[in-house]
Design a protein around this ligand. Structure first.
Ligand SMILES: NC(=O)C1=CN([C@@H]2O[C@H](COP(=O)(O)OP(=O)(O)OC[C@H]3O[C@@H](n4cnc5c(N)ncnc54)[C@H](O)[C@@H]3O)[C@@H](O)[C@H]2O)[C@H](O)CC1
Ligand code: K
Length: 517
């Protein structure tokens, strides 16, 4: 699913009204009615007090449409105008008139904290104060209103975006934002729903279809894309009946040091289970026996170093090389890594300490093949690109790095984001149970295993990140967050593949997302 920028959303609105020959008021009517339908379906006329707080722009206008519909359908509604400015939008004013014609119980205009109503915990708050038009911090009394929402502990439903959140930057004052239980967003989810600094402002979100022009949605290139089953399915390469292991490539997994052979074990096994035809693990000699005994399907080549890798030499042609898991950062390993990069011609997946080695010696970056995949966790990323102030700054820095070195970067996290030049891909699978030792080694193995089978590095990365998260989601059903370990993720990989062809997910136009799942 595309994640459009604010400018693209406004343009989509404009084009829709033009191409469908409707007014912006009609479009607002659709938006507000969609919210009403959503609530009506769930509430079925229940007389729970609903407090609808409307700003004076178009987000407020959506709130007024909703209020009117709720009133017409007999709900117990109170409407408030959060009068933070006298510059009311045209469609707000039209709907302000319409609601006044519908009920004698006119909206209450709020201009300071003295006007705030009583809200009980069992009431419902609808937040239609600010939408994507927010361009500066809210006034102090509006912030107090948001604090009152939180203090009430009532279920809070935000329209389009939690008020106080920007679409393209973080908020400095974490109290000047609505903490929504649920956000019903129009046209596209907002990038801020997925970033560590801002995801907390909505527990769940859903996109409502308000009939934006289809051609515009299809033809408009978005800088951010949400990756779910629908986006990865087209990558899937079916197997030919007459295929043999030679068709699915040979992964060379280089890594390990004394005490960290397990990382290579996990990555090699994952590569094989992801579907690679053959996997060879390249290890210091101390790892030979354990790896051979634990993984009979994997071949092993030993380095001359006993406890660490000291010179990388092998005499076969690998399809792809995964390097870095458990490798350590000793001087000898650095030399071996440098010599390897200078001669290697194969696609690379670089993880863990090999990223740290690159960060220590950035001159080596020029030896990376185009579309090398780097899979740093936050600390490794920081060593590579330097510190960042916030999530947007981080994304910008990674984009610059990706463009400068022509590499794909996987920013691992709750919503792993893959960056390829200007394009950002936000993954939707995975869970907190996957924050466990070795989980990253598994990802390295899966991506390498996919590249070996002929997937392009970007497709392999997006598909691999998706499958890794999905396997974790399947595994957590049996083990729970605490007891899930990396090996369980590998064991569920087969089911994650099978799941690709199970019942379709909910339509991507109305994808539901539960941040707590
Ligand atoms: N396709 C769609 O997504 C549709 C969305 N709709 C809704 O429209 C809003 C965006 O509306 P807009 O009028 O542009 O902005 P806001 O309502 O978010 O803000 C109102 C207005 O207030 C000014 N402003 C900004 N920040 C402040 C501040 N801190 N203090 C005071 N005033 C401020 C600014 O000038 C804004 O214009 C979108 O989110 C949807 O909810 C349409 O209804 C239908 C299609
Ligand atoms: K809002």
């Amino acid at each position: 699913m595309k994640v459009f920028s604010k400018e693209q959303i406004y343009e989509g609105d404009r084009l829709t009204t033009e191409r469908q020959n409707i007014s912006s008021t009609d479009l607002m009517e659709r938006a507000g009615t969609q919210i009403f339908n959503w609530m009506h379906l769930r509430m079925q006329g229940a007389q729970v007090p609903i407090h609808v707080f409307c700003g004076i722009g178009n987000n407020g206008g959506d709130g007024l449409v909703l209020s009117r519909q709720l009133i017409i359908h007999g709900y117990n509604v109170k409407t408030y105008i959060v009068n933070y400015s006298e510059t009311r939008s045209k469609d707000f004013l039209i709907n302000y008139d319409r609601i006044k014609n519908t009920t004698k119980d006119w909206p209450t205009v709020l201009t300071s904290s003295n006007d705030f109503p009583l809200i009980n915990q069992d009431d419902i708050i609808v937040d239609a104060v600010f939408g994507i038009g927010l361009n500066r911090p809210p006034a102090d009394w509006v912030k107090d209103l948001f604090l009152k929402f939180r203090a009430s502990k009532s279920f809070t439903l935000s329209i389009d975006i939690p008020s106080g959140l920007y679409t393209d930057k973080v908020v400095n004052d974490t109290e000047a934002v609505v903490y929504a239980n649920y956000t019903l967003s129009f046209q596209s989810p907002k990038l801020v729903f997925f970033l560590p600094n801002t995801a907390k402002y909505t527990v769940q979100w859903e996109v409502l279809d308000i009939g934006i022009d289809r051609d515009y949605l299809i033809q408009t290139e978005a800088a951010v894309e949400l990756i779910s089953k629908y986006e990865v399915l087209p990558f899937y390469q079916p197997r030919d009946k007459f295929s043999h292991k030679g068709h699915f490539g040979h992964v060379l997994m280089i890594g390990g040091s004394f005490g960290k052979i397990g990382a290579v074990h996990l990555a090699s096994r994952s590569a094989l289970i992801a579907g690679a035809g053959m996997v060879t693990a390249y290890l210091p000699t101390c790892g030979y026996t354990s790896l051979q005994s634990a993984l009979p399907e994997v071949m092993v080549v030993c380095d001359k170093g006993e406890k660490q890798i000291e010179s990388i030499t092998y005499d076969f042609d690998a399809t792809v090389v995964g390097i870095g898991v458990g490798i350590g950062t000793s001087e000898e390993t650095m030399k071996a890594f440098e010599a390897f990069l200078k001669t290697n011609k194969r696609p690379l997946v670089i993880d863990a300490d090999a990223i740290n080695l690159l960060a220590q010696n950035k001159a080596l970056l020029k030896y990376l093949p185009v579309q090398t995949v780097l899979t740093p966790h936050p600390k490794e990323l920081e060593r590579l690109i330097g510190e960042w102030h916030d999530d947007f700054d981080k994304l910008n820095k990674v984009v610059e790095f990706s463009k400068a070195h022509k590499v794909i970067i996987v920013i691992k996290g709750a919503h792993t984001i893959t960056i390829n030049g200007n394009k950002k891909y936000v993954n939707t699978t995975g869970n907190p149970g996957m924050a466990t030792a070795g989980s990253g080694d598994v990802l390295t193995g899966i991506i390498s295993g996919l590249i070996a089978q002929g997937y392009e590095p970007l497709a392999a990365t997006l598909f691999g990140v998706y499958l890794h998260g999905k396997s974790g989601d399947i595994a957590v059903e049996s083990y729970g967050y605490q007891s899930l370990i990396a090996g369980h993720i590998i064991d569920s990989l087969g089911e994650a593949y099978i799941d690709l062809f199970k019942q379709p997910e909910e339509s991507s136009e109305s994808a539901e997302n539960d941040e707590n799942n």
